[in-house]
Design a binder for this molecule. Structure first.
Ligand SMILES: [Cu+2]
Length: 109
């Protein structure tokens, strides 16, 4: 009998713990699923083996107007862009990587 009631208490405690977990879970901090994104615009100055140097426009809250080397999300893109190309890309908070680079105006010959 004593064993049986001990098990009952244990089951009850477990139920309480699970109920509390269910109640508190929705209030847990949200996971970082969607970082803030910005539209990046600039002119390619040079293309390196891993980065592209771009003279970019100022992006409020992300980067001042400057010329600097940026990593890219896909290395293949470094073979298709060249100095003088006007590009756009998507960038995210806390990350200088250029995502989804697009040439909007190819370099003039
Ligand atoms: Cu910069």
């Amino acid at each position: 009998m004593r064993t049986r009631s001990a098990v009952k208490i244990l089951v009850y405690k477990l139920a309480v713990v699970l109920a509390l977990a269910c109640l508190t879970a929705p209030f847990a901090p949200a996971q970082q699923t969607a970082k803030k994104s910005y539209v990046f615009k600039g002119k390619v100055e040079s293309v390196g083996p891993r980065t592209v140097t771009v003279a970019n426009e100022k992006i409020e809250g992300w980067m001042e107007a400057m010329t600097m080397a940026y990593p890219v999300d896909k290395p293949e893109v470094l073979k298709t862009i060249k100095a003088g190309d006007q590009i756009t890309a998507t960038v995210y908070d806390g990350d200088s990587t250029l995502h989804d680079v697009q040439v909007v105006a190819p370099a003039k010959k």
